[in-house]
Design a protein around this ligand. Structure first.
Ligand code: NAD
Ligand code: GLY
Length: 373
């Protein structure tokens, strides 16, 4: 893949999935623009699904933009947070849809971060056996990852994202202006998913991120436009080849196997998903080094960049008595595991990732080194 530098501030990336193809629009001010929502499936009603944090900032603006196109625009505001990515919240969406008499053409709009996006997508996949939906992501993480590619889910008490469906949106509208109100910690969490695309697919993009990390941290519009666009291009390229994760798509989970263990081990919400992925990528890079795919300089380089993005690079102790055992146990419930065997995304050469198993003893060394780092 080649890096396409751009100076224009409004970009579009196409995701090519045959009759489920769609556009990802990236720019400033798109949330309010009626043109952002043109040529979506015709319907009498629209339902905005958002949360109690995002609704007061952006809810009315989206309602106004949609009201010229839909006779009825309803809003349901969910409790905020990963701990509310549950059946209970999903039912609040169904309650609202049914009580407003929404039909099978009603278009759902996910206004918020990945939590709202994943739940709205799952609601859209299952309400009346499927209604159209649009992603309007307002976190950096959602703009570069979760709103694209059609993975939808809720959590189960026994595992994260364990109940869900593949269901593609009709469109993704990324308004970069919404990132101005994002807390700094959430911005860093999004940068983790941007950094991820470098080692797995595009080392030229990793060079670019290193050169522009200060601008990205300062929310420079031009830098963000390029980072979101290039991330969406890489994700679209992967998903276009392997929509349902028969193989290749798993590389998008670089850092996530360790990261999910950190999230679960610390208790959901203690570490943000992106923070756990940031630290998880450093751990996965160490494992890649132990398996011969990259050298120590690569690990050091990635660690420096993750740190510069404001993300943790030292793994937490999640069990004072048997830390390694607890990491291994939590990683065995990862969705990539088969028959209890943990699958890791590792870098087999810079810019290329593969999925493979690793001896527990080697993984244990990586965990121990990462806790001490
Ligand atoms: P999030 O949705 O919890 O949003 C983070 C916080 O930012 C929340 O408090 C939210 O209310 C707030 N917020 C959102 N937009 C804001 C704005 N513009 N201004 C101020 N505050 C704002 O978290 P996230 O990081 O966006 O998403 C994480 C979720 O995404 C996880 O549940 C993860 O499993 C999921 N995910 C899914 C995929 C996928 O492919 N479907 C990929 C990666 C992550
Ligand atoms: N975020 C991983 C995926 O979409 O497959």
């Amino acid at each position: 893949m080649t890096l396409q530098a751009t100076s224009s501030l409004h970009q579009q990336v196409e995701i090519d999935l045959g009759d489920r193809s769609y556009a990802i629009d990236i720019g400033a001010g798109l949330l309010d623009a009626q043109e952002s929502y043109r040529s979506l499936p015709a319907a009498h009603s629209a339902m905005i699904i958002t949360n109690e944090t995002v609704a007061p900032i952006y809810g009315k603006r989206l309602e106004r933009a949609l009201s010229s196109q839909y006779a009825q625009v309803h809003t349901v505001s969910l409790p905020d947070g990963e701990s509310h990515k549950t059946w209970e919240s999903l039912n609040l969406i169904f309650d609202a849809l049914l009580s407003h008499g929404c039909d099978r053409k009603t278009v759902l709009f996910a206004l918020g971060g990945g939590v709202v996006g994943d739940m709205t997508g799952f609601a859209a996949a299952s309400y009346m056996r499927g209604v159209p939906f649009v992603q309007v992501p307002t976190t950096l993480l959602a703009q570069v990852d979760s709103s694209v590619g059609g993975k939808t889910a809720i959590n189960h008490p026994l595992g994260k994202n364990m109940i869900g469906a593949f269901y593609q949106p009709q469109r993704v509208v990324c308004d970069l202006e919404t990132l101005n109100t994002l807390p700094a910690r959430e911005l860093s969490a999004g940068l983790a998913e941007i950094i991820k695309y470098g080692p797995i697919a595009d080392m030229a993009f990793l060079d670019w991120i290193e050169q522009h990390i200060d601008q990205l941290m300062a929310r420079d519009r031009e830098a963000l436009t390029h980072a979101v666009k290039r991330s969406c291009e890489i994700k679209a390229w992967v998903v276009g080849q392997d929509e349902r994760e028969a193989g290749l798509r798993a590389i998008l989970n670089f850092g996530h196997t360790f990261g999910h263990a950190i999230e679960a081990g610390m208790g959901y919400g203690a570490w943000l998903h992106g923070e756990a992925v940031g630290c998880g990528m450093v751990m996965a890079a160490r494992l890649s080094q132990a398996l011969g795919g990259v050298d120590a300089a690569f690990v050091e380089r990635l660690t420096r960049l993750v740190r510069a993005a404001g993300l943790p690079t030292v793994a937490p102790v999640i069990d004072a008595h048997d830390n390694v055992g607890r990491y291994l146990a939590l990683m065995r419930v990862d969705k990539k595991s088969e028959a209890g065997e943990i699958k890791f995304v590792v870098i087999d050469r810079p810019g290329n990732a593969v999925v493979r198993t690793a001896p527990d003893a080697l993984v244990a060394q990586v965990i121990e080194a990462s806790v001490r780092a």
